[in-house]
Design a protein around this ligand. Structure first.
Ligand code: AMP
Ligand code: ZN
Ligand code: FE
Ligand code: FE
Length: 281
């Protein structure tokens, strides 16, 4: 089993990297992608937890924004974690999330919702990349809503009046930096339309020119028709097709290993990194 997209409590998942790796080993997953939002801070603990029983594709899910303001998530896998340009991009993204959260809280306060930055900070695990799920957790703790899911269906949805974007690289910039750092770039859930506006079919050619390697096709937020279109685009543009769970622990219904990548596609993807960077097994 190969699952290339998961989160830990270093961003908005709820399992520690050790818990995630242990769960993956007991499920029989043999290649696991560890892809926290805009950070590599879970890599060391994940690596120490592998104990030769699982291969890890260490990575990060980078939040991007197109020049048209469309939110795009780019999975970066198998890159050099010490690459300065990459770490600067991740750090800039994390920095941008603080004023963005402050603005969202300000809008909510102005609407009479009793929530503060302190509430959100209490809900965020130490050192985790700050995100809307932590704001959702704070609202749950205050008894204002029941779950993260409820938050994302209303108050915290991309179409909500409370939504604020954070400063991010464009998908093209992110792909270029991922390549320079020796890694591979896979666009995450590109047709997940319930999250807001999505890319057009024609946008993929530009991303391939920038160095895109793959498309996440099999993901719960894309229906069979959407997956079919993405599979055809991947075939046309000679891109790797991946499938993954986007597991977030208790933070989302997605279960570890629920969607997978085939061994052939994984082999193709791994061969496109500048060298062998899988760790663990
Ligand atoms: P942000 O990065 O702050 O814009 O928050 C987006 C994150 O919220 C994404 O990583 C999603 O995985 C997560 N998310 C989106 N929808 C939901 C949901 N219904 N329940 C829990 N988490 C969600
Ligand atoms: Zn997330
Ligand atoms: Fe995502
Ligand atoms: Fe994700």
């Amino acid at each position: 089993m190969i699952d290339l997209h998961t989160h830990t409590n270093k961003s908005d998942g709820t399992d520690s990297p050790r818990e995630l790796v242990n769960k993956a080993i007991s499920l029989g997953i043999h290649v696991l992608g560890v892809t926290d939002h805009d950070t590599t801070s879970g890599w060391i603990e994940a690596t120490q937890s592998a104990r030769g029983e699982i291969s890890l594709a260490l990575g990060s899910e980078i939040s991007c924004l197109t020049t048209d303001g469309i939110s795009v998530h780019m999975l970066a896998l198998l890159f050099d974690g010490a690459n300065l340009e990459m770490q600067r991009m991740l750090e800039d993204n994390r920095d941008g999330r603080l004023p963005r959260m402050a603005k969202m809280i300000e809008k909510m306060q102005a609407a009479g919702i009793d929530i503060s930055m302190d509430d959100v900070e209490s809900a965020r695990p130490l050192g985790a990349t700050l995100g809307r799920p932590h704001l959702a957790d704070a609202l749950v703790i205050k008894g204002l809503i029941k779950s993260r899911d409820e938050a994302f269906q209303g108050l915290l949805n991309n179409d909500s009046i409370f939504y604020v974007a954070h400063v991010s690289p464009t998908p093209t910039q992110a792909i270029q930096i991922i390549n320079k750092a020796g890694g591979v770039a896979v666009i995450a859930h590109p047709f997940a339309s319930m999250r807001g506006q999505i890319l057009e079919v024609s946008d993929f050619e530009v991303l391939v020119e920038a160095g895109l390697h793959g498309i996440e096709v099999d993901h719960r937020d894309q229906n069979p028709d959407e997956r079919g279109i993405l599979r055809a685009i991947a075939l046309e543009l000679d891109l790797v097709v991946t499938g993954a769970s986007d597991y977030h622990g208790n933070g989302k219904v997605n279960s570890l290993g629920e969607f997978q990548t085939s061994p052939e596609q994984w082999e193709k993807l791994e061969s496109r990194a500048d060298k062998r960077r899988v760790v663990g097994a």
